[in-house]
Design a protein around this ligand. Structure first.
Ligand SMILES: [Zn+2]
Ligand SMILES: [Zn+2]
Length: 222
């Protein structure tokens, strides 16, 4: 579905976004096994070629956002962009600090789908701009988590940094915030943004009064 002019959301365990212009920028890739669904969407709904995807930006290294990256990079030929602090988890299979059952599940799914490390083409850092979107590094959920903000259309893409439930912007659950103090600091970086739309990894889009909802949330976590 088109959530804002030129931005399409494909729902899944983790949402995927397609920013469509002359070129297409794909944001996140879903779980392993999502590539055919995404390619089909590009061909049938957007009537575009998969090779029009020139960039794949990853909001953070977690498996539900990078699971189909290896396949999609091959199918599109796109350049992959990730924050430098999360890149080693994707390109070298560096092990995150997940515990117990989660670690078991991730390893099992990786084994089943035979996901491979993926070479990163563009290392992002705080303040970079990619296809009109400013990169805001927001560590807390992962070291290299990012938000992407476009001052032109006032869209803020937050990955897993924020959720949206019952008309309120919410933090991720505490067990998904290994560095809560860093997270709070990170969210303060969003304080003075003029935002009309917030797009997140696991929640429906915030499309009205986004700035005041964000302000309210930021006051709450102080
Ligand atoms: Zn995550
Ligand atoms: Zn996620």
């Amino acid at each position: 579905m088109e959530v804002v002019a030129g931005i399409y959301q494909i729902k899944g365990v983790a949402n995927v976004y397609l920013v469509v212009d002359d070129d297409i920028m794909l944001i996140d890739t879903g779980l392993p096994g999502s590539s055919s669904k995404i390619i089909k969407y590009v061909k049938e709904n957007l009537k575009r070629n998969p090779q029009d995807i020139k960039t794949i930006v990853i909001t953070h290294h977690h498996f539900d956002h990078t699971g189909s990256l290896d396949k999609l990079k091959i199918l599109s030929g796109a350049q992959v962009a990730v924050h430098s602090a999360d890149a080693p988890y994707i390109s070298e299979n560096k092990k995150p600090v997940e515990m117990g059952f989660m670690r078991y599940m991730v390893n099992l799914i990786k084994f089943i789908y035979r996901t491979k490390p993926v070479e990163i083409d563009i290392l992002l850092n705080d303040g970079d701009v990619i296809n009109g979107y400013q990169v805001i590094q927001t560590p807390g959920h992962t070291p290299g988590s990012i938000c992407l903000y476009n001052p032109q259309n006032k869209v803020l893409i937050v990955g897993d940094n924020l959720g949206y439930s019952k008309d309120k912007i919410v933090s991720p659950p505490a067990n998904l915030l290994p560095e809560p103090e860093k997270y709070k600091k990170s969210m303060k970086k969003l304080e003075n943004l003029d935002v009309e739309v917030i797009l997140s990894g696991h929640s429906p889009p915030v499309t009205n009064e986004a700035t005041s909802k964000l302000d309210e949330y930021l006051k709450d976590i102080n």
